[in-house]
Design a binder for this molecule. Structure first.
Ligand code: HEM
Ligand SMILES: *[C@@H]1O[C@H](CO)[C@@H](O)[C@H](O)[C@H]1NC(C)=O
Ligand SMILES: *[C@@H]1O[C@H](CO)[C@@H](O)[C@H](O)[C@H]1NC(C)=O
Ligand SMILES: *[C@@H]1O[C@H](CO)[C@@H](O)[C@H](O)[C@H]1NC(C)=O
Ligand SMILES: *[C@@H]1O[C@H](CO)[C@@H](O)[C@H](O)[C@H]1NC(C)=O
Ligand SMILES: *[C@@H]1O[C@H](CO)[C@@H](O)[C@H](O)[C@H]1NC(C)=O
Length: 600
């Protein structure tokens, strides 16, 4: 019964979409009615489409480097650049091969040259100040000023288009449940070939949920995280009242509780803040954390515990050097140090791991002081959508010799204190996470989140995947067969969407074929990295006025920021130092196997 129903739905969808009478009537209606000509997305190369009269449009090509009706004709230097620019896949190949070359680069001034290039080339793809939001598909003061909206890179699909995706594709989009069941659901766990582990997966979730906080009750176009970036709101709360409730108001510290001689977040009885737990969890078991949903997973409360300990440790160090400072100054300075440490770890370890680059990445804001770079950041709906990396999650959790199923893991507040931080870090560091792209790798426990994400993207009227490919200097795919190597998937997607130019953003980001031996496909890297790097380097602490020792309480604090590592975050805050990394421990023979595969 279960197996036959999706097939049945599929057939129905196909029949309806292709359907004789219904289809013909739909077409007739379209040709009679005038619609917004911007539904064609006529303006290329970042030109702006403006509607005039009922059925005319103009492309504004100003400063695109192109001209003509649709901004398609390159000016001389744009043409030269077009001819010389290597494709993203070539650049990626070079960055992940030729170890001898990078061993030289890493040790010379060339490292800075390449690093500056990485930062500027990526960040230049993100408009700053931000542009549109889900209500305003044109520039407006409201959209600039009202930061309760997520911004967006491409405006929404106009309201009165012939099809949901513009002019391409079918009159109705495929059923989200069907898409998830057919293409997202895991058959057999597929580990990430780059060796990402659960320590990485929970870091990703913990780190990003300081700036991805969709305000579900208000509307999916709104966010509760008004810092729009790395503000450590997941540690300190997203508003002042919450922060004050979480603070000890002594020596700059956060409130805590001691269990078996170890520091943990306080309960909500000690720090009265709202936390999302199922009703049956009593107040004395609810941990009070900056981010209200972090009771969901022991991996998240483990990171919350580590950062809490780190914050209080920093406060001790600051207080020793500045005995005259009051609680407020100690707290505020410790927060800036925590933000700096976070960015340092994210760039030099997290992004380093994800990228697979042999160029040794460097977090050095001064690299950008001589180039034009705008400090500031706004989180976009596109970034939120593409970061739904639920395929990372395993089938169950291997902790200290036990196999813990989801039913015992989710919202189980005793796992953290029962095992302690050390054993959790070690277990999570040794367990592989799933490969994100390529499809068929989402555990059924989180399948509904993927369904919700697809529905959200439709509510937000996100433009087709291929429009985003073009916006980020990638060639639009010309067929489903080019998009995925999975022949069955290509054919089924084609039947469901009708046209590659109608394929939706989020399904495409996750289903795209992964690069060889990689966690992601091309689009996830080329579209995701610009948002990521802009968010990290656009932080105020990276600006020339902030990036100096005094901001962090002196040289000691500045050095803590610049030398932060994941291992120190763990081992300076635990009794013993477990295996800690963003990748699983692979032995020499598997490493050799991996390299020989890559070379081949
Ligand atoms: C077992 C683990 C996980 C569970 C149970 C889970 C569950 C959820 C749920 C229920 C939502 C909200 C969906 C909605 O409101 O429509 C969500 C959102 C999200 N999840 Fe997960 N998730 C898990 C792991 C992860 C991981 C490892 C990542 C990696 C980055 C991640 C990234 C996200 C993102 C970016 C959002 C959107 C947040 C927002 O818009 O506010 N999740 N997840
Ligand atoms: C510009 O785009 C429109 C709509 O896609 C198309 O009909 C028109 O032919 C294009 N004009 C030029 C000069 O290519
Ligand atoms: C932002 O816009 C929303 C929707 O119009 C409105 O409810 C909210 O009050 C605005 N916020 C600010 C700060 O203006
Ligand atoms: C250069 O950096 C990469 C990435 O961190 C690393 O794999 C490689 O061994 C480094 N080489 C040297 C000589 O540091
Ligand atoms: C929570 O985890 C502990 C320790 O692994 C386990 O003994 C307990 O049964 C779990 N509780 C629930 C409700 O699953
Ligand atoms: C190393 O890895 C290979 C392949 O995964 C495995 O067969 C072998 O047993 C491992 N050796 C050790 C010493 O762990």
């Amino acid at each position: 019964m279960r197996a036959s129903s999706p097939a049945l739905i599929c057939t129905l969808v196909v029949v309806l979409a292709r359907g004789g009478v219904g289809g013909a009537r739909g077409e007739a209606e379209i040709s009679r009615k005038t619609y917004d000509p911007c539904c064609h997305y006529p303006c290329q190369n970042r030109g702006v489409c403006v509607r005039f009269g009922p059925d005319r449009y103009e492309c504004d090509c100003t400063r695109t480097g192109y001209y003509g009706e649709n901004c398609t004709i390159p000016e001389f230097w744009s043409w030269v650049r077009q001819q010389l620019k290597p494709s993203p896949d070539v650049v990626h190949y070079i960055l992940t091969h030729f170890k001898w070359l990078w061993d030289i680069v890493n040790q010379t001034f060339l490292r800075d040259v390449f690093m500056r290039l990485v930062f500027t080339v990526r960040s230049n793809l993100i408009p700053s100040p931000p542009t549109y939001n889900s209500k305003y598909g044109y520039l407006s003061w409201e959209s600039y000023y009202n930061t309760t909206y997520y911004t967006r890179i491409l405006p929404p699909v106009p309201e009165d288009c012939p099809t949901p995706m513009g002019v391409k594709g079918k009159a109705t989009l495929p059923d989200p449940e069907l898409l998830v069941e057919k293409f997202f659901l895991r058959k057999k766990f597929r580990p990430d070939p780059q060796g990402s582990n659960l320590m990485f997966a929970f870091f990703a979730q913990h780190f990003t949920h300081q700036f991805f906080k969709t305000h579900n009750r208000k509307g999916l176009e709104f966010t509760k995280a008004l810092g729009h970036g790395v503000d450590a709101g997941h540690i300190y709360g997203d508003n002042l009242v919450r922060q004050l409730n979480l603070r000890l108001h002594k020596d700059g510290k956060l409130k805590y509780q001691m269990i078996d001689g170890e520091m943990y977040p306080p309960t909500v009885m000690q720090a009265p803040v709202e936390m999302s737990y199922p009703k049956h969890v009593p107040a004395e078991q609810r941990l009070a954390i900056g981010q209200e949903v972090f009771g969901l997973l022991p991996g998240l409360s483990m990171y919350a515990t580590l950062w809490l300990r780190e914050h209080n440790r920093i406060c001790d160090i600051l207080k020793a050097e500045h005995p005259t400072w009051d609680d407020e100054q100690l707290f505020q300075t410790a927060r800036l140090i925590i933000i700096g440490e976070t960015i340092q770890i994210v760039i030099e370890e997290y992004v380093q791991h994800l990228s697979g680059y042999l160029l040794k990445l460097k977090f050095d804001p001064s690299l950008l002081f001589s180039s034009q770079f705008q400090y500031g950041n706004r989180i976009s709906v596109e970034f939120t959508q593409l970061y739904h990396w639920h395929p990372l999650m395993p089938d169950s959790f291997h902790i200290d010799g036990s196999d813990v199923p989801y039913s015992h893991f989710l919202f189980n507040t005793s796992i953290l204190t029962h095992y302690g931080v050390e054993k959790l870090v070690e277990s999570f560091s040794k367990q592989p996470a799933g490969q994100v792209c390529g499809g068929h790798n989402i555990h059924h426990v989180v399948a509904n989140v993927a369904v919700g994400t697809i529905k959200e993207s439709r509510y937000l009227r996100m433009q087709p995947f291929n429009e985003y490919r073009k916006r980020f200097n990638l060639k639009p795919y010309t067929s489903f067969a080019e998009f995925t190597d999975d022949k069955v998937m290509a054919q089924e997607l084609e039947e469901l969407y009708g046209d590659i130019d109608a394929l939706e953003f989020y399904p495409a980001m996750l289903l795209e074929k992964a690069r060889p031996n990689a966690i992601f496909g091309q689009s996830m890297v080329e579209i995701g990295s610009p948002f990521s790097l802009k968010g990290l380097l656009g932080n105020p602490i990276c600006s020339p006025e902030y990036w100096k020792p005094s901001t962090f309480g002196g040289q000691t604090g500045f050095d803590i920021v610049r030398s932060a590592t994941l291992e120190k975050l763990v081992c300076l805050n635990t009794k013993w130092c477990p295996y800690v990394a963003f990748h699983v421990l692979y032995n020499i023979s598997t490493l050799l196997l991996k390299t020989s595969k890559v070379e081949a």
